[in-house]
Design a protein around this ligand. Structure first.
Ligand code: BGC
Length: 448
């Protein structure tokens, strides 16, 4: 099993996100995003860390793109920071922001790398949040305006677009649990945010396709394999509710199946925000669906969790191998998710747009020994291949992520990169997993 086994057109890549790497939080006219504001609040982020500099990708993009090339990775996924392009979210365009992304895109192309652009990876302009952000229906128009500017500016060169990154996570963590920006809580924030994000997912795609008919338009969905703690009715039902929320909430409306209300009753309340014509507008036939999977969760019935009455059994209480995120190391999850999505839906094309793991890396002088990550990637790729051989239309795989970076509420503690970063000196050091991916991509290493 080697690179060839996946077919010669299989797209190999690596994924990043603006807020997690760029830094330069207020340079060259950039406006504040909800994450700039959230990270400035005490007690929200691990050790009150922030991303004002992060990996300094804003200034070091040439060196980092050189690393992608050095690792023989042909496709580079990154996101655009909305507030760099439109500091207020709407209105006046910041030309310096456009110039910056032009430079990043042109540099990728000059190095023979294909840019894969995510339009929204969680960093909403703070000015829009003050008007309600994702809870305000006007966001559909704000987002359309932003997408239009991006596509007009970059669409001549960018041929792969992703509209939203993991909408379940940014609405769930940001508008229901309050553990991510903008820190809002409750169903009254979550449900409108969900509906407006689902509309933007489709409307954004229509705009990209209208301006760039020859581009490939996808969107990304976070997926976690969910299994009941025991095969008894109440845990099975709890798992079904959790699955509706975790895995089905955004893909099903896009496919014309509506929201998974039958399996998660509180979603009925979405009605309040649904206007005539919306059901149709939620539908979009994406060229590809980006699947992002990291782990599985074991679910049990719980009366203490409102609405969903289900909760995961934490991995560290299950006596299983875990990552620094306390996520179970369970590579079979990716195989199960891919085959589940094939069974459930008729998708034209699936790309794994994120998969990876945070481990405590062992720095031995100039070497970063991260054998656990190598094993994780190896085993997840075997899962991909198995699914592909069984007929899943899987045509690409992107590792999360290039460099260790700002892992949202977890700060810099969980390190996911194939490249280690010393955040004091901004020195990069390719980890053994980076060299492993390189040799795999160069046909020098088989999967074991
Ligand atoms: C997100 C990334 C994040 C990664 C690891 C995904 O949910 O898209 O931004 O860093 O998972 O947690």
């Amino acid at each position: 099993m080697n690179r060839e086994s996946f077919g010669k057109d299989f797209q190999w890549g690596i994924a990043t996100a603006a807020f997690q790497i760029e830094g330069a939080c207020n340079e060259d006219g950039k406006g504040a995003s909800i994450w700039d504001e959230f990270t400035a609040l005490p007690g929200r982020i691990y050790q009150n860390q922030h991303a004002r500099t992060a990996c300094d990708f804003y200034h070091q993009y040439q060196q980092d793109i050189a690393l992608v090339k050095e690792l023989s990775i042909p496709n580079f996924r990154f996101s655009l920071a909305w507030s760099r392009i439109l500091p207020e979210g709407i209105g006046v365009v910041n030309e310096a922001g456009i110039d910056y992304y032009n430079k990043v895109i042109d540099h990728c192309l000059s190095q023979g790398l294909e840019p894969w652009v995510t339009l929204y990876h969680w960093d909403l302009p703070a000015a829009l949040s003050k008007k309600g952000g994702w809870t305000n229906r006007q966001i559909v128009e704000w987002f359309k305006g932003y997408v239009e500017i991006c596509v007009r500016a970059f669409g001549d060169r960018v041929k792969h677009w992703m509209i939203l990154n993991e909408p379940t996570v940014f609405t769930g963590a940001g508008y229901f649990l309050g553990i991510h920006a903008p820190g809002q809580i409750g169903l009254g924030n979550f449900l409108p945010a969900v509906h407006h994000a689902a509309l933007c997912q489709a409307e954004g795609a229509r705009i990209v396709k209208f301006h760039c008919p020859d581009s490939e338009v996808g969107t990304t969905i976070s997926c976690t394999l969910l299994e009941p703690v025991r095969k008894v009715e109440r845990h099975i039902n709890a798992t079904r509710r959790a699955d509706a929320l975790t895995n089905r909430l955004f893909i099903e409306p896009a496919l014309g199946l509506g929201y998974p209300i039958a399996d998660l009753k509180p979603l009925r309340k979405l009605e309040k925000w649904i206007q005539p014509g919306d059901e149709q507008n939620l539908i979009y036939d994406f060229d590809f669906i980006g699947i992002q999977n990291y782990t599985r969760e074991i679910i049990k019935h719980s009366l203490t969790v409102p609405y969903i009455f289900a909760k995961p059994v934490a991995a560290d209480r299950r006596n299983v191998a875990t990552t620094l995120m306390n996520w179970e190391v369970y590579p079979d999850a990716l195989y199960q998710i891919l085959t589940l999505f094939r069974k459930r839906y008729r998708l034209k094309k699936i790309i794994v747009t994120e998969n990876g793991a945070a481990f405590r890396d062992k720095v031995k002088g100039e070497e970063i020994a991260d054998s656990e990550r190598i094993q994780y990637l190896n085993d997840n790729l075997k899962s991909c291949l198995r699914a592909k051989y069984e007929g899943v239309p899987l045509e690409g795989y992107f590792v999360w992520t290039l460099t260790d970076n700002f892992e949202w509420a977890e700060g810099y503690r969980p390190t996911f990169g194939l490249v280690h970063v010393d955040f004091r000196s901004q020195q990069r050091l390719i980890k053994n997993s980076g060299y492993w991916y390189k040799s795999f991509l160069e046909h020098r290493k088989n999967l074991s």
